[in-house]
Design a protein around this ligand. Structure first.
Ligand code: CP
Length: 316
C-alpha cells in the first residue's frame, strides 16, 4: 500500500489484515507506556484544511506512539492566508523531509491530487463528500471486535441514519460494511439521500422507527450543514420527528445492539438522548479504537517489510 485514499484501495483481505494489525496496536495502547520505536526517524505531516478534533488528534497521537516526528499544519495560521497554493504548500513540506501526509480538505479528490506533488505516502483524512477511509476502518474494527467475529460482518444488519447525501463517512462505511458481508439500510428523507444509490448494495427506510428494534448496529449521522448549498426540503421538526434518536427509541434497541456515531454529535438534533445513558453506546470506544487503527495504517504505509512482531515488541 503506497497511499490510503479510499476504502476501495483495500481488498477485504487487506481490511482484515489491517484490523488484525490494529489488535497489536491496541495491545501497545494498553501498556503503561504506550510507545514503540516502529517509525523512529519518520516524519508525518498532518495537513488539515478543514476543522477536526478526532481525526487530527488521533492521527497525531498514533504517529507519536510509533515514535514518528509529527509536523502539524493548520491552514488558518499558515502562509495559505498570504496566497500560497496547495501545491506549493505540499512541495514546501516535502522539502522538509516528510514521509507521510495526512490530508483533510473540503473538496473531494484533493488527497489524490496531493500524490502528484510528493513522493511521500498520502492518507485521506476526509475529502468533501467523497471518502473518510480511516473512519470506516475504525468503525469496522469497533463492530467486529464487539461481536467477536473478526473476519466478517455476515448476518449483521446496520442502519445508517441521517444526512447520507453529504456524508463521506456513509460512503466509506457502506463500501466496507457491505463488502464485509453486512446488510446495510440507509434511513433518511429523500432530500438527504444521494441522487443515485445504484451499485451501493443497500436498502432504504423512511423513518428510524422502521428499523430501531431490528438492527445490530444503529449508526447515527450529523446533519452536515457546512456541505449544504441548498435549503433543506424538510423542516428541522419533521427531520427530528422521523430521524432523531430519542430516549423512547433508544429503549427499543435490542439488548445486544450497538449505538455508533462518527462525531461530532449535535445534541438535541439527531441525538436527543444522552448517549452515556444508552447501554449499547460505543461512541467513545470508536474514538479510542481510532488511535489503534490509525497506528496500523501509518505502520503499514511506512513500516516497510519490518516484522510487526519485532518492531512492535519493545518500548521506545
Ligand atoms: N469523525 C470525524 O471525522 O471527526 P472530526 O471531524 O472531529 O475529525
Amino acid at each position: 500500500m503506497n497511499h490510503l485514499l479510499s476504502t476501495r484501495d483495500l481488498s477485504v483481505d487487506e481490511i482484515v489484515q489491517l484490523l488484525e494489525l490494529a489488535d497489536h496496536m491496541a495491545e501497545i495502547n494498553s501498556r503503561a507506556v504506550p510507545k514503540v520505536p516502529a517509525l523512529r526517524g519518520k516524519t508525518i505531516a498532518s495537513v488539515f484544511f478543514e476543522d477536526s478534533t478526532r481525526t487530527r488528534l488521533s492521527f497525531e497521537t498514533a504517529a507519536k506512539r510509533l515514535s514518528a516526528e509529527v509536523m502539524t499544519f493548520s491552514a488558518s495560521t499558515s502562509s495559505v492566508n498570504k496566497g500560497e497554493s496547495l501545491r506549493d504548500t505540499i512541495e514546501t513540506l516535502t522539502a522538509m523531509g516528510v514521509h507521510a501526509f495526512v490530508v483533510r480538505h473540503k473538496s473531494s479528490g484533493v488527497p489524490k491530487q496531493v500524490t502528484q506533488w510528493t513522493n511521500a505516502a498520502v492518507v485521506n483524512a476526509g475529502d468533501g463528500w467523497h471518502q473518510h477511509p480511516t473512519q470506516a476502518m475504525l468503525d469496522a474494527y469497533t463492530i467486529t471486535r464487539n461481536f467477536g467475529d473478526k473476519e466478517s460482518m455476515a448476518g449483521r444488519t446496520i442502519a445508517i441514519v441521517g444526512d447520507i447525501k453529504h456524508s463521506r463517512v456513509a460512503r466509506s462505511n457502506v463500501d466496507v460494511f457491505t463488502r464485509m458481508g453486512a446488510t446495510v439500510v440507509l434511513v433518511a428523507p429523500d432530500a438527504l439521500l444521494p441522487s443515485s444509490i445504484e451499485g451501493w448494495n443497500v436498502t432504504t427506510a423512511s423513518s428510524i422507527d422502521e428499523v430501531v428494534g431490528h438492527v445490530d448496529v444503529l449508526y447515527m449521522l450529523r446533519m452536515q450543514r457546512e456541505r449544504m448549498d441548498e435549503s433543506l426540503v424538510i423542516s428541522m421538526k419533521e427531520y427530528t420527528d422521523l430521524y432523531a434518536l430519542t430516549q423512547d427509541r433508544a429503549a427499543r434497541l435490542a439488548p445486544h445492539a450497538l449505538l455508533m456515531h462518527p462525531g461530532p454529535i449535535n445534541r438535541g438534533v439527531e441525538m436527543q438522548v444522552d448517549p452515556s445513558e444508552v447501554p449499547g453506546s460505543r461512541i467513545l470506544q470508536q474514538v479510542a479504537n481510532g488511535i489503534s487503527v490509525r497506528m496500523a495504517v501509518l505502520f503499514s504505509l511506512l513500516g516497510g517489510e519490518i516484522s510487526p512482531a519485532i518492531t512492535l515488541g519493545g518500548d521506545a
